[in-house]
Design a protein around this ligand. Structure first.
Ligand SMILES: [Cu+2]
Length: 344
């Protein structure tokens, strides 16, 4: 056990390592900083304890003389102090310190959304600025900043302004998922029928990958997201662009694609704001071309992948809730993909 713990600690300090964009040990946000401030001493402390224990065991093994058969169990007396100090007092002290340090860390994360809202660019009424809904196997992201005409929905990418705490509501549309962006905060579950909250504050600009951290079925490992922290001015520009409806199709080909989309099965599951497509079974595609990945971080958002995805999504992401749509081929398929690529 201890050896495993040590190996794990070594792996997390190197492999998932420092500077790695998924490492809990290199925080880039307030929440993760609190956790790392607890995590580092615990990691170093327990590594030291493990080394000491293994050292003592090795020492005992080396010191051993004779065989077991030669030694009848004897009470040499005086050994109890080792048990009392090393077996009870020391562990109680170590665990006591870690326990109270953990309580202090917990107190950094107020569960009351009304508490400590200083500096929050807040929607009126103490509501969260972003709602995240977990789906098998993608993330729906609803921006609730400003008044209702400013609200919009996107998927799998969350933009945040650097240095501004943002409250997120976390919900699930189906099973239990867990929201985890290691460099920004700890894990919080998305539970069906229940609202959980998390406050994210990025302390520097960057792209921070996150993923679902609760096994939720076949494509659990391909339920990823990107959190993109930007200077406030760039964030505002992004917001303004996302709030706009989709750009009207400008060429004959994209117009053909738009018609195929709006009249075909796509519109039964997807929304493209500014067109008749307003379903929400799948991700909002209004600004699809502004995202860097497809299918919750599992595929690149490029022209070849879009072709393959539309024709047979389950071949790329087995189990996905988007069915294979082989009825599109040739010119129709090209037009449809050209239209998707125009949704900037
Ligand atoms: Cu999940």
């Amino acid at each position: 056990m201890t050896l495993l713990g040590l190996l794990f600690a070594a792996a997390s300090a190197s492999g998932m390592g420092l500077g790695d964009d998924r490492s809990v040990l290199s925080p880039a946000g307030t929440g993760a900083e609190h956790i790392a401030r607890l995590g580092w001493p615990v990691l170093v402390g327990f590594s030291a304890v493990s080394i000491a224990v293994w050292g003592l065991l090795a020492w005992a093994a080396l010191r051993r003389t004779g065989s077991l058969a030669e030694h009848a169990p004897v009470d040499v007396g005086g050994g109890e102090r080792w048990i009392q100090l090393g077996g009870f007092a020391l562990p109680a002290l170590v665990f006591g310190v870690v326990f109270f340090a953990a309580l202090r860390t917990l107190a950094r994360f107020p569960m009351d959304p009304a508490a400590d809202r200083s500096g929050v660019v807040c929607a009126p009424g103490g509501k969260a600025q972003i709602e995240v809904v977990g789906h098998r196997w993608w993330w729906e992201v609803r921006y609730r900043l400003g008044d209702s005409t400013d609200h919009f929905t996107t998927a799998n990418e969350i933009h945040l302004p650097v240095g501004v705490p943002i409250d997120l509501d976390l919900r699930s549309a189906d099973v239990i998922h867990s929201f985890w962006v290691p460099r920004l905060h700890g894990k919080v579950d998305l539970v069906p029928g229940h609202r959980n909250q998390i406050r994210l504050e990025a302390s520097r600009a960057g792209v921070f990958p996150g993923s679902c951290a609760e096994f939720c079925g076949l494509q659990h490992a391909h339920m990823r997201m990107l959190v993109i922290a930007e200077p406030p001015a760039r964030f505002e520009a992004w917001l303004a662009a996302q709030r706009l409806p989709s750009r009207p199709a400008a060429s004959d080909e994209t117009r053909r694609g738009e018609t195929l989309f709006a009249t075909g099965p796509c519109a039964a599951c997807h929304t493209v704001r500014g067109t008749p497509a307003r379903a929400s079974l799948g991700p909002d595609l209004t600004h699809l071309a502004s995202r860097s990945t497809l299918a919750a971080g599992s595929l690149p958002n490029d022209i070849a992948t879009l072709h393959a995805w539309v024709v047979d999504a389950p071949a790329l992401k087995p189990g996905t809730q988007m069915p294979p749509l082989g009825m599109f081929s040739g010119g129709d398929l090209h037009a449809l993909v050209a239209y998707l690529r125009s949704l900037e």
